[in-house]
Design a protein around this ligand. Sequence first.
Ligand code: BGC
Length: 453
Amino acid sequence: MQDQNLKDFLKEFSISDSQLQEIYKRFTSEIRNGLSKTTQPQADIKCYMTYVQDLPTGDEKGDFLALDLGGTNFRVLLVSLKGQHEAEIDAKVYAVANDLMIGEGTQLFDHIANCLAEFVVEHSLGDKHLPLGFTFSFPCVQLGLTKALLVRWTKGFKCAGVELEDVVRLLKEAIARRGDLIIDVMAVLNDATGTLMSCAHRNPECRIGVIIGTGCNACYVERVENADLLEIEYKTDKRHILVNTEWGAFGESGQLEFMRTDYDRTVDKLTLNAGTQLFEKMISGMYLGELVRLVLQDAIIKDLIFHRCTDKQNFINILNKNAGCIETRFISEIENDGFPEFRQTRLLLQELFGLEKTSVEDCQKLRFICECISKRAAKLAAVGLSSLINKIAEPHVVVGVDGSVYRFHPHFDEYMREAMRVLVDPKLSFDLMLSEDGSGRGAALVAAVASKN
Ligand code: BGC
């Protein structure tokens, strides 16, 4: 049984059924507004056209290069599509140092080109001129399959000179500056699009790709007649188009204020993109740990947890001064821990804050704090998915899911499904499938599909 005072304190993180319905209603109307030319400028959820109009058949073959920029790491991949729904992937991860994330755009793209060149040499691909798919996981207005203007940076990136520019052009210019690589950029795409393509490659019933990782976003299959934003380069003979919702921006015009907490507001203020991506900031891995840090700090001050701790003030100071000290992966570890030993929780508390001999009661309370924050995140993600599933309205829809929060949290899937069962039209059924390397395989598939057309 949880302590009633702590429960009351955390109440603002719980979402009642009627609140859930209200968020659902608002979210659904933002999607509708995002899809229509007249209302899109005001809509929070922009529903960008991807110009990807074919899902993979599974028969795609060939070797492709892929670049994946968007989270904590940058990756270069060699993807061999083998037909029969099979792919082999060889990938290398390159760190993106913090000063590159907030420096000059040209330096970031030079780094990408350098990593690509190193990879090409290491894999002896120099004379093969492989087609390349570029997974660039930030909000972009696409003007075709190979032209994407960055709307704004998210997730801690803030490089100068990239916003409103075509990122494919910036990539090509960086490659040209080196002068030693011949690369054919076939497509630029978002990681949510990649995830949808990658999961559809394995399961033809997949219609949605969602990322619940460092950031949060979804892409889905829309009927062409519902996409009046389509302008250039689209195929009129195709019935569908993939839409990159950029749903992380939901809430920017105040739609979520009735349930955002002061902790959410503080988390937002501490970011490089304050006032934006508010839905994302309640769901994704870049922010959940921060929420736990702020809530925990306040709970200690209010004597709701760790009240027998001998050096309470020191604990509070560490929490206060060290933004980012509670990483989202700790939430997964804490929620995964076994009662009454709480081995992992105790280890973390000792390593991070020098706490010795934490009581079972405090471990339980800490787990409860984590649960409240991750449950709320899962319910919000479920709102978005349910809205898209009901919109697609096919009898059975599979959702491909990628991202560290979903992948490593022990109960996120279960929390999400529970809320989705409430919101999805009972005449429709759905399933969630874990994506296998959506960004890499997806990039190759978009490039493959593009080269077929
Ligand atoms: C970006 C999306 C991306 C998501 C997941 C968000 O911050 O705006 O484009 O898909 O993160 O990586």
